[in-house]
Design a protein around this ligand. Structure first.
Ligand code: AMP
Length: 120
């Protein structure tokens, strides 16, 4: 899939749509999810134009990868999740349930999150 420069997160990165920013550096932006699934629900996205985890894993630089990983840990810690625990997830593609085609990590916590997946 080619990258759609008008996806919602691309528009947030360009400042065309507002977000509640919680962290930013040269490679990463993190902001609150508009429809939180838990008391803390933060999206951590690369500034580069990557459709998905697959795309990012194949094409991102080491610096971009390190920045995304570190940012996810940092925002979780800053949100007070480190001690009690939390979940980092990345929905990828149709079967993964990805709705926005710009790579994003969900950092979710603030309550017990239960099983990773419902039983099939
Ligand atoms: P996914 O299903 O993994 O692609 O997740 C997309 C996420 O983006 C969902 O949790 C949405 O609630 C969230 N989302 C969609 N639009 C916005 C927005 N404008 N600001 C913040 N989060 C958004």
């Amino acid at each position: 899939m080619s990258y759609d420069t008008n996806n919602i997160f691309a528009r947030i990165l360009r400042g065309e749509i507002p977000c509640t920013k919680v962290y930013e550096d040269d490679h990463v932006l993190a902001f609150n999810d508009i429809n939180p699934q838990a008391p803390v629900h933060i999206l951590v996205i690369p500034k580069g134009a990557y459709v998905s985890w697959t795309d990012f894993a194949a094409g991102a630089s080491d610096a971009e990868m390190a920045a995304l990983t570190r940012a996810a840990g940092r925002v979780a810690e800053a949100a007070g999740l480190a001690e009690g625990g939390y979940r980092v997830l990345c929905n990828t593609g149709a079967d993964g349930g990805q709705e926005v085609d710009h790579l994003h990590l969900h950092v979710i916590g603030g309550r017990p999150l239960g099983r990773m997946l419902p039983r099939a």
